[in-house]
Write a protein that binds this ligand. Structure first.
Ligand code: FAD
Ligand code: FES
Length: 302
């Protein structure tokens, strides 16, 4: 059977409402290049998720590597495969990146067994990013469910490192149980930042939990926002987008001002293998970040 190989034409028309972004030409320079990298440290976050600190070995390549919040890398384990993982650290941090990885199957299982000092490959960074520059001067709602806090951490860092440039910042995070909450060691620091509001909720409390109980949408109840002046970034399972974005719409936020990160099975990460398409759109090239208006106008997107 013949396979149509798509070239990554940066000038082609986008089908999901994004303007043609000519600057992506530079982002696509590293598509085939594998950066040799080392796992320098791992932190157990929960039973299933680990945070990996990763350093590109070559100092020149390390300096060259730059990403935008919301982008992902392909983690390459020769002999096992490659997996797309969102970069979960600050893009102002030079020297290493952080990846929060859930043990889900073959490649991620091997990664979870890798000790500090292990060598891996990185390709990328790939994909679209959250338009944090466009959000300057506005209030921002950063909303995550479960593992969605992993991609959300990069825009959280970006915005909290430049607080004077933004209005009110609210971080809303929901998980199934208290044990599933990721990055709990960071909450106190986020709470202490002036103008940042952090609210957390779980669906199934245990005997230790004294916080809020319910679905993440409950955190939006009674919240006062200025809808014309507010952007939202929503990360989590697709079912959560539907409910959260519907609620945000009721609160008056335009769908073009809500951004979500879509996850699809990916293989190449660069528009060649046709594994990640939603309709005629490749999630690896035109996403993973989309505005919600584009998502609901595309069949099978969620
Ligand atoms: C843009 C993007 C960013 C991602 N960011 C992260 C991240 O920050 N942290 C993280 O832990 N995971 C992330 N993922 C999901 C991660 O890529 C998959 O869990 C991983 O590819 C599974 O590979 P595996 O070989 O371990 O599992 P496999 O053996 O390939 O599969 C195991 C199970 O996982 C399911 N699965 C595989 N890939 C996906 C996927 N893309 N989405 C949903 N289910 C999948 C399979 O259907 C199967 O049930 C991201 C995915 C995408 C597309
Ligand atoms: S086309 Fe290969 S992952 Fe998108």
């Amino acid at each position: 059977m013949s396979v149509r190989i798509h070239s990554y034409d940066v000038n082609r028309e986008f089908t999901m409402g994004h303007p043609v972004d000519y600057t992506r030409r530079s982002d696509l320079q590293n598509v085939d290049h594998v950066f040799k990298a080392e796992i320098t440290n791992t932190v157990n976050l929960t039973e299933h998720e680990k945070l990996f600190h990763i350093r590109i070995l070559d100092p020149t390549e390390r300096d060259r590597f730059h990403f935008h919040p919301g982008q992902f890398v392909m983690v390459v384990l020769p002999g096992y495969g490659e997996v797309p993982i969102s970069i979960s650290s600050s893009n102002s941090q030079r020297g290493h990146i952080e990846l929060c990885i859930r043990k889900a199957g073959l490649v991620t299982d091997v990664l979870h067994r890798a000790a500090p000092g292990s060598h891996i490959g990185l390709r990328g960074p790939f994909g679209t990013s959250f338009p944090v520059e466009r959000m300057r001067g506005k209030d921002v709602l950063l909303i995550a469910g479960g593992l969605g806090i992993a991609p959300l951490r990069a825009p959280i860092f970006y915005i909290t490192e430049r607080l004077g440039d933004y209005g009110k910042v609210s971080i809303l995070y929901g998980a199934r149980t208290p044990k599933d909450l990721l990055f709990d060691y960071q909450y106190e620091a986020w709470r202490r930042i002036y103008n940042v509001h952090l609210d957390i909720i779980v669906q199934e409390p245990d005997e230790t939990w004294t916080g809020k109980v319910g679905m993440i949408t409950a955190l939006l109840e009674g919240m006062e926002i200025d809808p014309d002046n507010t952007f939202a970034i929503v990360c989590g399972p697709p079912v959560m987008f539907k409910f959260v974005c519907a609620r945000l719409q009721e609160m008056g936020i335009a769908m073009q001002n809500m951004f979500v990160s879509l996850e699809r099975r990916m293989h190449c990460g660069m528009g060649k293998c046709c594994r990640c398409n939603v309709g005629s759109t490749y999630t690896c090239l035109d996403g993973p970040v989309f505005d919600y208006w584009s998502v609901i106008n595309q069949k099978e997107a969620i």
